[in-house]
Design a protein around this ligand. Structure first.
Ligand code: SF4
Length: 474
């Protein structure tokens, strides 16, 4: 039996690709093991969104090849590079990683991973002599999208799952390379997603995280195909997502539906109303805004203006009481002025985002932003990054303080650690709870304290071990 080990890097969409690969490896009778050094085949599912993620991917490939520094991996062990970096750079990497890599597979080969492994072995059988160039199994632009019955082995904890409702992106953001890697936007059908969600809820999943590159564009490429939409066609945009949310909300059971990766340009009053009327949809919105100044939004081609965004956030907050809004901004995009940064700081102060991340602009080869004049010096980027993070740390403390005394429904992630409705997996805060609370279950807890982004729901004066360590470290 062939033993395979898979290293999954990058975003939740890439994780779903890894889960699909593991599902197909199991289906082919191959064994998937965590120890790369013991495996016959190692797959590194890479990310290449920005420079740091490319470096991380290369780092893992070399670490596997050097067998964690034990000089060299076993001659017969195969190393396959998958994911965004393979899809984007396989031709260049075939030369630079000639000795390390045996094959490159793309985003559309995730369902063919087992026969690809067999093909690599078949090709080698009875052969000696020098290592041949990596085999490239990538076939052009990515168009694949999974379905509800696609073999898949979930790699997330049992109580939450990512549901990829679409793939690819049609937006022209000038800083982003994703459309060139993941292709044009293609949505699954409402029925396909609902079937998958039903199955996951039957398996005991308590949180369905809806993901894609632009979740709010869901169905805008396919909606006409649906035979007889029950909900009247809304004159504005995006009826498929509102229909999907209503159908997911109608599924029996106690679970959260979390909307991730929404784009401001595709929000509608209908969507705001639908979220407000669907109690299973978490009171949480992830809406990367990237900037607020019209100068920057135009250069980034975000298809929105500062006033449109300000008005949208107001409508979302008014229409969905208690909503927590997560966003991300980019600082240091070409042409960004001090005035642009000042406007952004004012906007952050006024809006008080519950959750906020900041990226330093990464000059990505192949994007239009990379060729723009007025690139910003790294030192200036750094200073702007620190300015925004310091501002948000203050706001985060105020937001956390506002929860003290409230009783919150939380999902216990591990002994002593939970997440609230305002915390998405892996990117947001934690709620520290008594260790005896059941993992994977919802519990109501009273918030007794906080520290920066994290909340405490512990008897007065009790502190989680992590805090004590942090305090000692200070
Ligand atoms: S919406 Fe923009 S930033 Fe997001 S994946 Fe598409 S092109 Fe990239």
């Amino acid at each position: 039996m062939i033993k395979v080990s898979l290293i999954s890097l990058g975003c939740a969409k890439n994780l779903v690709d890894s889960e699909i690969m593991v599902g197909h490896l199991h289906q082919a009778g191959m064994k998937v093991i965590p120890e790369a050094e013991l495996a016959d085949v190692v797959i590194v599912n890479t990310c290449s969104f920005i420079d740091s993620s490319k470096e991380e991917s290369i780092g893992h490939i070399l670490e596997v090849h050097q067998n964690k520094g034990m000089k060299k991996r076993r001659k017969e062990q195969k190393l396959i590079v998958a994911g965004c970096m393979a899809q984007r750079f396989s031709k260049d990497l075939s030369n630079s990683l000639h000795d390390e890599v045996d094959a490159f597979i793309g985003l559309d080969q995730v369902t063919k991973v087992a026969p690809i492994i067999e093909a690599i072995y078949a090709k080698e059988r009875g052969k000696n002599g020098p290592k041949e160039a990596p085999v490239n199994f990538i076939e052009g632009k990515s168009t694949y999208i999974p379905d509800y019955d696609t073999p898949r082995f979930r790699l997330t904890p049992a109580h939450f799952a990512y549901v990829k409702i679409a793939e690819g992106c049609n937006h022209p953001c000038t800083f982003c390379i994703i459309p060139q890697i993941r292709g044009r936007h293609r949505s699954r059908t409402v029925d396909s997603v609902v079937q998958e969600a039903r199955q996951l809820v039957r398996e005991g999943v308590k949180e369905l995280n809806l993901i894609s590159q632009d979740t709010t564009f869901f169905g805008m490429d396919t909606w006409e195909q649906r035979p007889n939409p029950r909900t009247p066609v809304d004159s504005s945009r995006g009826t498929a997502l509102t229909t999907l949310l209503r159908e997911l909300n109608a599924i029996e059971g106690d679970f959260w539906i979390r909307l991730l990766y929404t784009h401001p340009a595709h929000w509608s009053d209908e969507l705001i109303k639908t979220i407000a009327e669907c109690p299973k949809v978490a009171r949480y919105i992830d809406i990367p805004l990237q900037h607020i100044s019209d100068n920057m939004l135009a250069r980034m081609q975000r298809e929105t203006s500062g006033d449109y965004i300000r008005d949208l956030i107001k409508r979302i907050r008014a229409g969905i009481p208690g909503i927590a809004v997560r966003t991300t901004f980019i600082v240091g995009f070409p042409g960004e002025t001090d005035a642009d940064v000042a406007e952004l700081c004012e906007f952050i102060k006024a809006t008080k985002f519950e959750r906020l991340g900041v990226f330093r602009y990464s000059q990505e080869e192949g994007t239009r932003g990379a060729k723009m004049p007025d690139q910003i010096a790294p030192k200036v980027k750094e200073a702007r990054w620190h300015k925004l993070m310091a501002l948000q740390q203050e706001i985060a403390g105020q937001v956390s303080k506002s929860y003290v005394g409230q009783t919150l429904k939380v999902l216990v992630e591990e002994p002593g650690v939970a997440r609230g409705e305002a915390d998405a997996p892996d990117i947001d805060g934690r709620v520290y709870v008594p260790r005896e609370l059941p993992v994977g279950e919802f519990v109501d807890v009273k918030i007794t304290g906080y520290q920066d982004y994290d909340l405490l729901a512990l008897p007065k004066g009790e502190q989680p071990a992590e805090f004590k360590v942090a305090k000692q470290a200070q």
